[in-house]
Design a protein around this ligand. Structure first.
Ligand code: SAH
Length: 402
């Protein structure tokens, strides 16, 4: 959670002063988009054309993944909300401008049930108590809803009654999981997990494909804008059906499987085992036979690929906020695909990686040339507003081999 440092005066949210999740609450949506456009132009214009940012028609309640932490507060009893920035003090939140309304209502009911079932909030300092976090994921297109109760120990008293009561209040819930996290950690989910109700995962439909989403898999939080983002990425890839394509940092395979119908061969690589397994299942469920997924570090995988002599036509890459690595980028420069479609959630690391790719990385140093053919050219870039009211910016960028 970040703090903007600006005076806060929107009155749009009772928690705004302490939460720090929204930086742009005091700006109209049009002003927010303008500001983001300016920021990316300043950072990236020197690499190529920046198109107009793609905004949302209805920019509120877009988050389909909602997390809350439980706490016991004197005078209030059990509360749930978010950590105040830089502290472990819990700011109670009942409703959030960004979060899916169904998720907020479910979390409210869990607070009520916790009181009637006499469940205690977990105390991070002493390790006493039970209820630690709750995570709710909503399938935007399917309406399927997953609730993950994160507990400090594996025993939920009156488990059956609790699950029945919650499902009765919210028949829209399709699966409930119990996750155990008894470690001193800032991670929400622990390793052990047990399905209390339903299938243990939800599905969503994106770009005409059905995706299975587990509790721990990465899945974009704004489904409406994700379709626009991937639509742009596919347009940039300009696939004809003859290409061999890499989907690097592929998560549950969303980009690769959306593109698989337009390529000869799709190869996905992802570090997280649960996400990679979801990708394999997703390929099967969508009847896709030309996609293979590997669990590996993307950089290491790409280096192995260059050594194997594999020919690659297009690389999609969608790294985490920290951006890519020199090992990965050097391998891409060696593989020399005609196009690279770089999706980024952090324009600063994108700028760093674009500089590397346009200069030709270590290839340039090895050949002693001054950039020239070794480097790629940025053809165009489009910002997509995936996170209204915050200062987060998502970009999709097309690079072409010179
Ligand atoms: N393309 C996917 C996921 C993007 S998020 C989508 O749009 O849904 C970035 C993904 O990179 C996450 O799934 C994360 O687990 C994965 N990741 C992080 N570091 C990685 C690495 N070194 N190698 C491969 N994957 C990595």
């Amino acid at each position: 959670m970040k703090q903007s440092g600006r005076p806060i005066r929107s009155n749009k949210c009772p928690a705004e002063r302490k939460c720090g999740g929204c930086q742009y609450l005091d700006l109209s949506y049009a002003e927010q988009l303008k500001k983001k456009q300016k920021t990316v132009e300043k950072l990236l214009k020197s690499y190529g054309r920046v198109n107009q940012i793609i905004g949302m028609e209805e920019p509120e309640h877009y988050r389909n993944k909602v997390h809350a932490v439980f706490d016991f507060q004197k005078g209030r009893g059990i509360v749930s909300g978010i950590y105040q920035e830089g502290t472990h003090h819990v700011v109670p939140v009942e409703e959030c401008l960004l979060e899916d309304r169904r998720a907020d209502a479910i979390i409210g009911s869990i607070r009520q049930l916790a009181k009637s079932f006499k469940l205690k909030a977990y105390d991070e300092d002493t390790g006493y108590g039970l209820l630690r976090h709750v995570l709710v994921r909503v399938g935007h297109a399917t309406g399927q809803i997953m609730v993950v109760l994160v507990l400090g120990s594996p025993i939920l008293p009156s488990k059956k009654n609790f699950v029945n009561a919650l499902c009765k209040l919210h028949p829209e819930i399709t699966t409930i999981l119990l996750n155990v996290n008894n470690k001193q950690t800032s991670m929400v989910l622990g390793e052990k997990e047990q399905v209390l109700y339903g299938k243990g995962y939800i599905e969503d439909v994106l770009c005409g494909r059905t995706f299975r989403i587990s509790s721990k898999s990465f899945y974009q939080v704004n489904a409406v804008q994700t379709e626009k983002l991937y639509g742009k990425a596919l347009e940039y890839a300009a696939l004809t059906g003859r290409e061999t394509v890499i989907d690097a940092y592929c998560g549950i395979g969303t980009i690769g499987l959306a593109a698989a119908g337009h390529v000869k061969k799709m190869i996905g690589v992802e570090l997280n085992q649960a996400a990679m397994r979801d990708a394999v299942v997703n390929a099967r469920c969508n009847g896709i036979r030309n996609a293979d997924f590997y669990q590996n570090d993307a950089g290491r995988f790409m280096v192995q690929l260059t050594e194997s002599g594999q020919k690659v036509d297009v690389v999609f890459m969608d790294p985490p906020r920290s951006g890519s690595t020199e090992a990965f980028l050097d391998a891409v420069l060696r593989l020399r695909p005609a196009r690279i479609v770089y999706i980024s959630c952090n324009p600063e690391t994108l700028a760093r990686d674009l500089q590397y790719l346009t200069r030709g990385g270590t290839l340039r140093r090895e050949s002693g040339k001054s950039g020239g053919k070794a480097g790629y050219q940025v053809a165009e870039m489009t910002p997509v507003d995936m996170f209204p009211f915050t200062d987060e910016i998502e970009m999709v960028c097309l690079l072409k081999s010179r």
